[in-house]
Write a protein that binds this ligand. Structure first.
Ligand code: ADP
Ligand code: MG
Length: 645
């Protein structure tokens, strides 16, 4: 007789999962990474009425996460109960789910976190003389005892995912995880200006803010005076007899971020990611900002808890507004109104900052000397440029446009000469994939002959002090002077970086730049790249760096912008982690800062020089950001339009 037939695993019986298994499954949704633990614990502390929140992290949160608060604490029975699934003090019946005023309500976080880590809870409620200490590892209760403890709660989470190796593998580098945590704590501190927050990493302080009276002061504490200056504080907007309130800060349109990291959205002080609100923000900036750019926005919406459904997603970052389209339009219009009200009066362009002295020694053509030499070539009559108020076309990214919409109106309508059929005007694109610029695949083809024909262009003149008009063998060309110079400089900077021969200018006085916690983390990560790009920087006290030397050719204001822009690029690169991308990003940023601006009258000789240099570049037809450099009206199309062929 053989062994008794075993039941097939597929013809099973339905079983109820043990709590421990259920918790681990729930942890999969709630605890994605160390930052999600910080989020849940911070929210619990805020719900407990804490006014002082201290977060300590080690090894990006993998080794240790500790959150200490001075909130209401828990009585002994609750301290144990808190780890039961669906145990919450915040909700008792289903009707209340309609009007949740606390950040938590699902009673899932603590059991989930405790099931995938070694957790220690220390707490004392004001109503009890002694505190409680509960120790749990991988969901198993190890100890529960009395302990002396001040009022409040401290939760220490060690060895996250120690018992879920598959999960652990998906964790990113320490710096990445830390960046997520820093961004999260920064967000919460912005929503709660009246509370103090502290974040340390391996004992090093990343953020410390004392309680302040207004959101404005908190923005100042976190971002510093320079950012605050660039922001518009929204007056409190109300709608539906005060049922909805909107307040916060938004940036002027010239502040353009390459990612959404600077959008801080809170609904009833809950940090959220909401497509509807994101859309409302882009709608407010429509035509004021290119579609791929994002502003800075810190928005607080307060409304009756019944107006939002927060129970849409386990991590509670998604919400649903009952009156979605109303909220969308309310936010869009409020933002738009403030943007219009804050529009600066058109004024004369600022005086052009002096260009640096060329540092080239005769004979020695150091890479950066070439660079400075070119800048020298571009020196133009500053007196006339500054004295005469002109109608200014804003410079892309750099120069704050006096009347923001102009730029995009302008770009929206390409200059098409009367009588010429539209298709004749074509941004020239390269056939060769531009490995140096991340050129989009499948670009339009117009390569070898147009590249060659660039060499014998004859300058006819300049229009709008911004575009060079030139005659070529194959037609009429219009070249964007800023973008063309940007391309030239970009390739030079890259070459110089590769050779390690970046020419620096030493600053008489170091420039001290304040950093946000997230920027501080990026700074530590890319300090080496900054150095090889020609920046000599060093930490200078708490969350500030001193810039002592910078690539030649940058004015102090440009230099400051370049450093911040590079940190922003680094933040975006976090997701891709490519040293090459970062290096190209730095080169693009430096090139854009140093390139000749539009609205700059140029001597014919300078225009000649610019076209010659452009012809020598490897990829002359697009700027490092992918914008076209030139438009060409082919002779054939001109002839056709005049009915000559
Ligand atoms: P939820 O927040 O959804 O209620 P949690 O699992 O996050 O669920 O927390 C369970 C319960 O533990 C909370 O309802 C609360 O009563 C208690 N609790 C958790 N953290 C704290 C804290 N820091 N201070 C006081 N009570 C807390
Ligand atoms: Mg909670």
């Amino acid at each position: 007789m053989g062994p008794p037939a075993r039941p097939s695993p597929f013809i099973g019986r339905i079983r109820i999962l043990s709590d421990n298994v259920a918790n681990k499954i729930a942890a999969g949704e709630v605890v994605e990474r160390p930052a999600s633990v910080v989020k849940e614990l911070l929210e619990n502390s805020l719900d407990a009425g804490a006014t002082d929140l201290r977060i300590a992290i080690e090894a990006g949160g993998r080794r240790l996460l500790r959150i200490a608060d001075n909130g209401c604490g828990m009585v002994r029975d609750d301290a144990l109960l808190a780890f039961e699934r669906h145990a919450t003090s915040k909700l008792s019946n289903v009707d209340e789910l309609e009007s949740i005023a606390t950040l938590g309500f699902r009673g899932e976080a603590l059991p989930s976190i405790a099931s995938v880590s070694r957790l220690l809870l220390e707490t004392r409620s004001a109503s009890e003389a002694t505190g409680t200490r509960v120790e749990i590892a991988g969901g198993k209760l190890l100890a529960c005892e009395e302990t002396a403890f001040p009022q409040g709660t401290t939760i220490t989470v060690r060895d996250l995912f120690f018992n879920v190796p598959a999960r652990k593998k998906f964790l990113r580098t320490e710096q990445t995880e830390l960046a997520h945590i820093a961004s999260l704590v920064t967000h919460y501190s912005l929503a709660h200006p009246g509370k103090s927050f502290e974040l340390t990493h391996s004992g090093k302080e990343l953020l410390r803010v004392d309680p302040v009276a207004t959101p404005r002061e908190r923005v100042f504490q976190i971002f510093g005076a320079a950012v605050l200056d660039e922001l518009i504080e929204l007056p409190v907007h109300t709608a539906q007899q005060g049922r909805f309130q909107l307040s916060g800060f938004i940036s002027r349109p010239q502040i353009q971020k390459s990612n959404r990291n600077s959008l801080f959205l809170f609904v009833n002080r809950r940090l959220i990611r909401d497509r509807l609100l994101l859309h409302a923000i882009s709608a407010a900036y429509h035509n004021l900002m290119p579609p791929a750019a994002y502003p800075f926005a810190l928005l607080q919406i307060d409304c009756d808890p019944g107006e939002v459904d927060v129970n849409v997603h386990p991590s509670k970052t998604e919400i649903r507004f009952r009156a979605g389209s109303f909220v969308h339009d309310f936010v869009r219009d409020a933002l738009r109104e403030s943007l219009i009200a804050a529009r600066p009066v058109p004024a004369a362009p600022p005086p052009v900052s002096p260009l640096p002295e060329p540092v080239a020694q005769p004979g020695a053509r150091l890479p950066y000397s070439e660079f400075s030499q070119q800048l020298e070539n571009f020196t133009f009559d500053q007196a006339s440029a500054a004295a005469e108020p002109r109608n200014v076309l804003p410079d892309p990214i750099l120069q704050p446009p006096p009347a923001p919409p102009r730029r995009f109106d302008f770009h929206a309508a390409p200059p098409i000469p009367v009588g010429l059929p539209e298709p004749a005007v074509e941004p020239l694109r390269l056939k060769v994939p531009d490995t140096h610029a991340g050129f989009p695949d499948g670009a339009l083809i117009d390569a070898p002959q147009s590249m060659a024909s660039l060499t014998d262009l004859r300058v006819l003149g300049q229009i709008h002090d911004s575009f060079i008009v030139a005659a070529g063998r194959d037609g009429l060309w219009i070249i964007d002077q800023h973008v063309a110079h940007e391309r030239i400089l970009f390739e030079q900077v890259l070459r110089q970086q590769q050779r390690g021969q970046v020419e620096q200018q030493r600053l008489l006085l170091p420039i001290v730049l304040p950093l946000t916690p997230a920027q501080q983390i990026e700074y530590e990560r890319i300090a080496g790249d900054l150095e090889s790009a020609g920046f000599e920087t060093e930490p200078f006290g708490n969350r500030t760096i001193a810039v002592k030397a910078a690539p030649a050719g940058l004015s102090p204001a440009d230099l400051e912008r370049a450093v911040y822009e590079i940190l922003e690029i680094a933040e975006t690169e976090l997701r891709k982690v490519s040293v090459d991308d970062l290096r190209r990003g730095i080169a693009a940023s430096l090139a854009c800062r140093a390139a000749i601006k539009i609205n700059t009258p140029l001597e014919p000789s300078k225009m000649d020089w610019l076209l010659r240099e452009l012809a020598r570049t490897q990829y002359p037809m697009s700027c490092p950001h992918g914008r076209p450099v030139a438009l060409r009206y082919a002779t054939r199309d001109i002839l056709k339009s005049f009915h000559r062929i």
